[in-house]
Design a protein around this ligand. Structure first.
Ligand SMILES: [Zn+2]
Length: 479
């Protein structure tokens, strides 16, 4: 209900009074009087502030393997894209509804539901390549040039639409809200038909240059067209990306002209898909049955089904069966991080901490900066109540991923148990800043300042964060 209210408020701010909202707020720090196009730096900062507000309004996925996969995947796609500013910020939204989006300033978002609906890695990539093309062609800034000073209402409308998409049609109130308001919101954020065509065209080239079979794009469009045919409240992505027969035909023609690359899928993608399927299945037991069926259909030769089965069995407490399911994968994919972390999860569930830690250290020798491995090590040490050791690992991770609220959240918990109170306040301040709660962030910095005593280094660091906070508040207040 709180969400509903929030979305309604955002909606009214964005749609009912766009002109008033734009003129009432002072925008000199963001705007640029000589040109209505934002500078890249302004766009970057706006995007960061926007994503923190989004995180405050929706539930996000805190699965390190999934986040790592999305980041890695999109950065690789970006290499063959036309994107010049490749500072990207990611957000993975905890919703089984289909959605993906890009927002100004390099924000790339996916709902968990995209994994459910994109059946292959290439199909997933086709959606991300399309979104990257909106960013590389700076469609937002170009739209704004036409609409003059509409950027803040536009970003607010986008926020509302992403929040709505996260809730999907599961809630009747939301469904009604979505259907009556989506059209208006869509008016605000929809790119022109021309922009969409351009994103398709540039996206499919990027897809092919990244090594994928370009046919994946029309395939995905066909899947989307089916989805809109059979659902009464089509997903947000379809409202902003209507799929017509001509669009499918255009991309099919283009795909035929682009040849040479034919990568369609990977076990890595299918394993991530299995994680998402497991998450949105009613119970791990039910998921186990499904994965078992799939595995049997393939005479035991389906690595992702086997992986999903092992995870589902672990989470439903069937440890011996889980170990048995996982064993062939550990042999055939002995250095695979996801597979090894499934064994770590199993070992930790059985209180075999030493075994889990040995495996983690072996993985860290191969991939010392791996986010999923470091987080798993911090979790395992925390579970074993080795707080000081856990603190070392989480501090290293916080250094590597200083803009990840999930990492700061865990850092606060671990530092608290390790008795590092100043560290708790610092970690909470970072967490709240990244999650869009600036009042709480400010309180935490004040508490930290009291604890810093006479340490010049700490005091300067805290004051620097206070300045950063003030800067962020200025941007957020303008929304
Ligand atoms: Zn688009």
């Amino acid at each position: 209900m709180a969400l509903l209210l929030q979305a309604t408020l955002m909606y009214s701010l964005a749609v009912v009074t766009p002109a008033a909202a734009a003129s009432e707020i002072n925008l000199p720090s963001l705007g640029d009087t000589s040109s209505s196009i934002m500078s890249r730096e302004q766009e970057h900062q706006l995007g960061r502030a926007w994503v923190s507000m989004l995180r405050g309004a929706v539930a996000t996925l805190d699965d390190p393997l999934l986040k790592d996969f999305v980041e890695d995947h999109v950065y690789k796609l970006a290499e063959t894209s036309q994107l010049e500013d490749r500072r990207l910020t990611f957000v993975a939204i905890d919703s089984p509804q289909l959605n993906a989006f890009a927002a100004p300033g390099g924000v790339v978002g996916v709902n968990g539901g995209l994994f459910l609906h994109a059946h292959t890695e290439a199909e997933f990539a086709s959606v991300m390549a399309h979104e990257l093309a909106h960013l590389s062609q700076r469609h937002f800034a170009r739209n704004l040039q036409q609409q003059q000073r509409m950027r803040i209402p536009l970003m607010t409308a986008m926020l509302a639409s992403v929040v709505l998409a996260a809730a999907g049609g599961g809630d009747a109130g939301f469904a009604a809200l979505a259907s009556t308001q989506a059209a208006a919101i869509q008016e605000q954020r929809r790119f022109s038909r021309q922009n969409e065509q351009e994103a398709d065209r540039i996206g499919i080239t990027n897809l092919q240059q990244a090594g994928y079979d370009p046919e994946a794009m029309p395939d995905m469009f066909e899947r989307l067209a089916q989805l809109s045919r059979f659902s009464r409240t089509p997903p947000e992505f379809l409202l902003t990306h209507p799929v017509h027969q001509s669009r499918i035909a255009d991309s099919r023609n283009r795909a035929e002209q682009l040849s040479g690359n034919d990568r369609k899928d990977s076990v890595a993608y299918q394993m991530m898909r299995a994680r998402v399927q497991l998450k949105y299945e009613q119970s791990p037991g039910l998921a186990a049955q499904r994965f078992k069926l799939l595995l049997d259909e393939h005479d035991g030769e389906h690595d992702a089904a086997r992986y999903g089965l092992a995870l589902a069995l672990t989470r439903s407490g069937q440890y011996d069966d889980a170990a048995q399911a996982l064993k062939p994968l550990l042999e055939s994919r002995s250095n695979d991080i996801a597979v090894n972390l499934a064994q770590v999860e199993l070992d930790a569930s059985r209180d075999q901490t030493e075994l889990a830690l040995q495996r983690l250290d072996r993985l860290l020798a191969i991939a010392p900066d791996s986010y999923p491995v470091l987080q798993s090590k911090a979790d395992t040490l925390l579970g074993a109540r080795r707080y000081k050791d856990a603190e070392q690992v989480i501090n290293r991770l916080a250094n590597l991923r200083s803009d990840d609220p999930d990492v700061w959240f865990l850092a606060a918990e671990i530092r608290g148990l390790a008795g590092n109170i100043l560290g708790v306040h610092m970690a909470r301040a970072e967490y709240f800043m990244l999650a869009g709660d600036l009042d709480q962030a400010s309180q935490q910095l004040d508490l930290a300042l009291k604890r810093a005593d006479d340490s010049f280094v700490m005091t300067s660091r805290i004051n620097a964060r206070k300045q950063e906070l003030a800067r962020q508040r200025e941007i957020i207040d303008s929304f």
